[in-house]
Ligand binder design. Structure first.
Ligand code: XCC
Ligand code: SF4
Length: 634
């Protein structure tokens, strides 16, 4: 029996419309790709030089070495290192642009108000003397520190890591020799290390992969979040809705898709300002909604509703009600322009490294952000007049959600219970077993599995067993759409212990209802927020983060970025579940290193399980084992 394409009712409603409208979707193209290449799936194919491609016969009936002599272990490990470096490159590049924006803001070229508390917090972490310095001076010092990592020509470790990582972890990484220096240099070195005639030692390659995880964690995720918080503000709780039902028939619907909030926030701002123009064009106003992580970013800071996650990006257009979809970087399907050509929808690309034939390109630069945003909003307004009402179908599905749970927001809520030691009420409840543990679910949708199913089934099982779940990325979208980010979700799905804690927290926060069982902590770069929370708890308890009853999961990962985020979670000592098998099974040795061997030296490991309930059991078992080691009741 074929598994369903999605559990999202909005998706199931739109798929028949897509075929009626003659739209090809990601699921059609997936089918057209069957059967997918077995060599590629196992990671045993190499095209790193022009003597290749070489592929190793996984059944030992054919060649066991590449032309150069590379073994299957070498090839698999090399491929993985490249993928993880690719993910790290995306995040470091993202962070870099944020740093450039902060530099211009500090020099008053760009107008941002700058988050005072975050400035102080980051300065102190970096050992910057804050006395007598105003916001702009502090921002400039922080920019200098960020650039110093990126321009480091020596062997000095990444400062962002040294300032923010758990101390016990730093020792572990130091002993393994995997503390990264300049992030750009490490990514370059990974490319070099994996080119023809270089490293053939799978252990060395796996350690280099772990190093890329650290590059990703600190020079990508953490740096990007810190700087974006300074520029745009640290999120506080917001209440809105999720799923395609947030689109409005009589409004100009403008969708923000991608990852970087710099332009997105400008669009949110200008959409408010230009409402009158939309009204003049016959609409009732402008409705903005978000897809993927750009959606998470504007949700967290501006309470913008979520439209949908990765796999349904094309179907958003199939509603016929999206007037414009503006994209920046990452996770943008090149098919969008083709889908949009069946409707009136404008696809607007904005970045010099993301252009799509058939889309309109409106260049966004840090300096022209306001202009570009106005132009984009006006394009959406104009497109509204070209709608074909016969083609409009907005699925009537949306769920109420609460989001905006930055670490600051969580600590803020806890402070109302214990102003002196805000982490105490949380930790006490972990110790007494009301909260069994914490799991961060992160990452994507993947067309190989039923959309959202693994996220939702896994998390329902975890919260039922009193595990507090924090989520980011498309996982957060999935859980939001499934009603796991509101108070009813706590009533319906949380175990008694967890429910009691969430109710108490809700009361402390002045709410009539419990907090949701899943706390939305933001975009994929905001996984750094989960890292910060884990680091804070470890510091409070004075234990290594590897010992905490905390785990991570990327139930439906697709992107290289998810692999690098997962690798970082492993370096923090967390058991990191993957619900889709990464292309490493071709090498038994590499697979064992990732799922077993690493845990001896680093504490964390990958755990691959494609069944959500079994995965929940596995994670619960892991959490219980960690509790036992700490002498806690399980
Ligand atoms: Fe992309 Fe971040 Fe994955 Fe969603 S979750 S599919 S990476 S948007 Ni990061
Ligand atoms: Fe083949 Fe070696 Fe070239 Fe890879 S590097 S394509 S294994 S010869």
């Amino acid at each position: 029996m074929k598994s369903p394409k999605s559990i999202d009712p909005a998706v199931l409603e739109l798929l028949p419309k897509a075929s009626l409208d003659g739209v090809e979707t990601v699921w059609d193209r997936y089918e057209a790709q069957q059967p997918q290449c077995g060599f590629g799936s196992l990671g045993v194919c190499c095209r790193h030089c022009v003597q290749g491609p070489c592929r190793i016969d996984p059944f030992s009936n054919g060649p066991s070495k590449g032309i150069c002599g590379a073994s299957v272990e070498t090839i698999v490990a090399r491929n993985l290192l490249r993928q993880v470096a690719g993910g790290a490159a995306a995040h470091v590049d993202h962070a870099y642009e944020a740093v450039e924006a902060l530099e211009l803001a500090a020099k008053d070229v760009l107008n941002y108000s700058l988050d005072e508390i975050k400035l102080q917090q980051i300065s102190q972490g970096l050992g910057i003397d804050v006395s007598g310095k105003d916001k702009r001076e502090l921002a400039l010092e922080i920019v200098k520190a960020a650039y110093a990592d990126l321009a480091n020509h020596g062997n000095r470790p990444i400062q962002w890591l040294m300032a923010h990582a758990p101390k016990e972890r730093i020792d572990v990484w130091q002993n393994l020799g995997i503390i990264p220096r300049n992030p750009d240099r490490e990514i370059r070195e990974a490319m070099h290390q994996t080119t023809m005639g270089m490293d053939a030692d799978p252990v060395n390659l796996v350690l280099a992969t772990a190093k890329q995880g650290l590059v990703d964690g600190y020079s990508g995720l953490k740096l990007a979040t810190d700087i974006q918080d300074i520029l745009l503000g640290t999120p506080t709780p917001v209440v809105t809705e999720a799923n395609l039902g947030v689109l409005k028939k009589d409004f100009v619907n403008l969708i923000i898709h991608g990852h970087v909030p710099l332009l997105s926030e400008k669009i949110v701002y200008w959409a408010k300002k230009l409402q009158a123009e939309a009204v003049a064009a016959g609409a009732e106003g402008i409705q903005i909604a978000g897809i993927c992580c750009a959606g998470n970013e504007v949700l967290m800071r501006s309470g913008i509703p979520l439209a949908t996650n990765f796999l349904a990006q094309e179907l958003a257009i199939v509603t016929g009600a999206v007037d414009a979809m503006v994209v920046d970087v990452q996770c943008i399907m090149p098919s969008l322009a083709q889908v949009a050509s069946c409707y009136h929808t404008q696809i607007i690309t904005t970045m010099p490294i993301v252009k799509i034939p058939g889309a309109t390109h409106i260049p966004f630069t840090l300096e022209n952000g306001d202009q570009a945003a106005q132009e984009i909003v006006r394009k959406a307004i104009r497109a509204y007049g070209r709608r074909d009402s016969k083609k409009i179908k907005i699925p009537d599905y949306k769920r109420k959600i609460m989001a905006g749970f930055s670490v600051e927001a969580i600590i803020g809520a806890l402070k109302r219970i214990d102003p002196e030691q805000p982490l105490k009420p949380l930790v006490d409840n972990i110790v007494n077993g009301n909260i069994l543990g914490v799991v961060g679910t992160v990452g994507c949708n993947n067309v190989k599995v039923t959309q959202d199913q693994m996220h939702v089934e896994l998390v329902k099982e975890l919260v039922k067993n009193n595990v507090l779940v924090v989520a980011t990325g498309c996982s957060a979208h999935a859980l939001a759409k499934a009603g796991l980010m509101n108070s009813e979700g706590t009533e319906d799905f949380a175990g008694d212990g967890l429910k009691a804690v969430l109710t108490a927290l809700g009361q402390a926060a002045g709410l009539a209802a419990p907090l949701p069982p899943v706390l939305h902590m933001g975009s994929c770069v905001d996984n750094s927020r989960i890292g910060d929370l884990v680091t804070a708890i470890a510091a409070y308890l004075n234990v290594d983060s590897a010992l905490l009853p905390v785990a991570a999961s990327a139930p439906e990962l697709q992107h290289e970025k998810a692999l690098s985020i997962g690798t970082w979670a492993v370096t923090l000592g967390l058991t990191t579940h993957l619900g889709v098998v990464p292309p490493v099974l071709g090498s038994k040795m590499v697979t064992e290193l990732l799922t077993k061997g690493l845990s001896d030296v680093i504490g964390g490991k990958f755990y691959v399980e494609t069944d959500p309930l079994k995965a929940a059991d596995g994670l619960l078992e892991d959490i219980r084992a960690k509790r036992k080691k700490l002498g806690l009741p399980s």
